[in-house]
Design a protein around this ligand. Structure first.
Ligand code: BDR
Ligand code: CA
Length: 320
């Protein structure tokens, strides 16, 4: 029997590659793709997701969701992914229209219809927070909620403290992490250094001579340049596909631990910081009041290391 996945995404260049990995996994059924504003506006993201689905010759419904964060003005990441989110290569419009149902309703219905499914979030957590606000009971029906997001080592890509997906809508992220859902945090730092798709990896992918392989490299051209400027590292950094590889095979994550977790929402300097109780001191009497909600929500799984060789093999396999 196939495993069921629900993917929430702000589809830009690395999200597109993550979608390919899920859609090409032989033992996975992607029940729905739900769209949120993040890297690009929600309409552009929806167009990008539908284009990717069609490139994979898949038949998966795509639902439009939140246009902006719960409380804050929306801010995009076109400086990183290009104006269209896919490196500005003028990809044609997809043929199939998005679904009429709102993404938040689709999330609730899909979880209700597929108890035990794995949810993978690749963008700001606005849609998920709205779904939880409407139907808190769905937390118990999700077996794993794999979140690409956060900077548990305080190594942010938007501010020194915060990673983009959490920073865009910190209130939503906080609601999700304090909800009691089984969350797994795949932080941005995991996709750096050895995890980056270097020139040798790029050559291997292009040597496949497949539509998906060529697209994966081409649509990340702008992101590659932006990443070089940001970090000095040469290559394609793929946070969403790294998270997807771990969602599809948790053993690719080789070092995990469980901690209480909270998100900073009140301080501008540390907005969106994922505060991880690494030494398990939240339970001490002096912290217990401040950390009450996190303690009630339970510890979340944080991934600290992955096996880069296997993540890259999984990527190559999907692009064949
Ligand atoms: C995350 O933000 C976006 O730019 C990427 O798609 C990824 O989901 C990395 O911080
Ligand atoms: Ca994303």
């Amino acid at each position: 029997m196939k495993r069921t996945l629900l993917i929430d995404t702000d589809t830009a260049s690395d999200d597109a590659v993550a979608l390919i990995m899920a859609l090409r996994a032989p033992d996975v059924q992607v029940a729905a793709i739900t769209m949120v504003a993040g890297n690009v506006g929600v309409d552009q993201a929806t167009r990008n997701a539908r284009y990717t689905v069609e490139l994979c010759q898949a038949d998966v419904p795509v639902f439009i969701g939140a246009e902006k964060p719960l409380l804050r003005p929306y801010q995009n990441a076109t400086w990183f992914h290009g104006r269209d989110g896919l490196g500005e290569h003028n990809y044609p419009a997809p043929r199939r229209a998005p679904e009429k149902m709102h993404a938040v309703d689709a999330i609730i219905d899909t979880i209700e219809a597929n108890p035990g499914l794995v949810m993978v979030t690749l963008g700001p957590l606005t849609n998920i927070a709205l779904a939880l606000a409407r139907k808190p009971g769905i937390t118990k029906k999700v077996s794993r909620c794999v979140v690409m997001g956060g900077a548990p080592c305080c190594e942010g890509n938007v501010t020194p403290a915060a990673e983009f997906n959490i920073w865009v809508d910190p209130e939503a992220a906080r609601m999700v992490f304090l909800s009691g859902m089984q969350c797994e945090l795949i932080g941005w730092q995991l996709s750096r250094f050895e995890a980056v798709i270097n020139q040798q990896d790029i050559d291997r992918i292009l040597a496949l001579e497949t539509t998906l392989g060529n697209f994966a490299i081409e649509c990340n051209s702008h992101a590659r340049d932006a990443y070089k400027i940001q970090t000095g590292e040469d290559g394609i950094c793929l946070p969403d596909p790294v998270a997807m590889s771990i969602a599809l095979d948790p053993t690719i994550g080789t070092e995990w631990s469980e901690h209480y977790l909270d998100v900073e929402t009140t301080n501008e300097l540390t907005r969106g910081m994922t505060v991880v109780d690494r030494l398990n001191v939240a339970d001490d009497e002096r912290n217990r009041d401040t950390w009450k909600q996190s303690i009630e929500a339970g510890r979340k799984k944080i991934c600290w290391k992955l096996e880069n060789k296997r993540w890259k093999e999984a990527l190559l396999q999907a692009l064949r």
